[in-house]
Design a protein around this ligand. Sequence first.
Ligand SMILES: [Zn+2]
Length: 258
Amino acid sequence: MFGFKKWRRKRLLNKPFPEDWLPILKTNVPYYKHLPGDLQKKLQGLTQIFIAEKQFEGCAGLELTNEIRVSIAAQASILLLGIDDLSYFYEDLRSVLVYPQKYVAKVKQRNNGFFVEEGFEQRHGEAWSHGYVILAWDEVQKGASDIHDGENLVFHEFAHQLDYEYGATEQIEHRATDSHFLSWARIVGDEYQKFLTSIQQNQQTLIDHYGATNLAEFFAVITELFFERPIDLKKKHPQLYQQLSKFYQQDPASYSKP
Ligand SMILES: [Zn+2]
């Protein structure tokens, strides 16, 4: 079965991109035009794999269209542009739930550590560990429109999805001693601590303060920067950039045309 999955993905990767999807890619995902030619081609293929394999569900009356599917699938696939082995493709992701705009979610909150209370909270998007990514369509569009502002909801939520599947931040929390994650855990962990100190000292940071929430949010926020402001990130945090570059097997700083 494993071999069959890879074979099917390979076929989709090389399949001509549907003609009516191309204008969506060009208009809704400006990052596409920013990519070198070979990666543009690869993104077309990965987008087709995503759409063939993952389920989309419209919520709160939102009717799903190809525009929505292609815009989300393509951005989520940008994170996977570095993969060569098609055996991995958001394996644990079952469904992408799309709301028309910021939605209200029922949440459980721990108050003072004593009791659990249910409340409601405004959300833009979130990734659940059990295989669902939830997005607000208006925020998806907003995030995609400016590819240099360092904010992209789809990158953020799919970074969480990757994190759940790979245990990227878990390795940092546990200060992995496994040689494969050794430098990742040490360097990203140290950068996180330095970032927290800068915030405590009221210093200006390139990394959004939301990243101070916890390591998982830090990883999601630096992923947004890595793809949208790679040159700034490389300049200010070269080691962090290098680790992300190894993680994603990509060098977005080289995508920028002079
Ligand atoms: Zn988050």
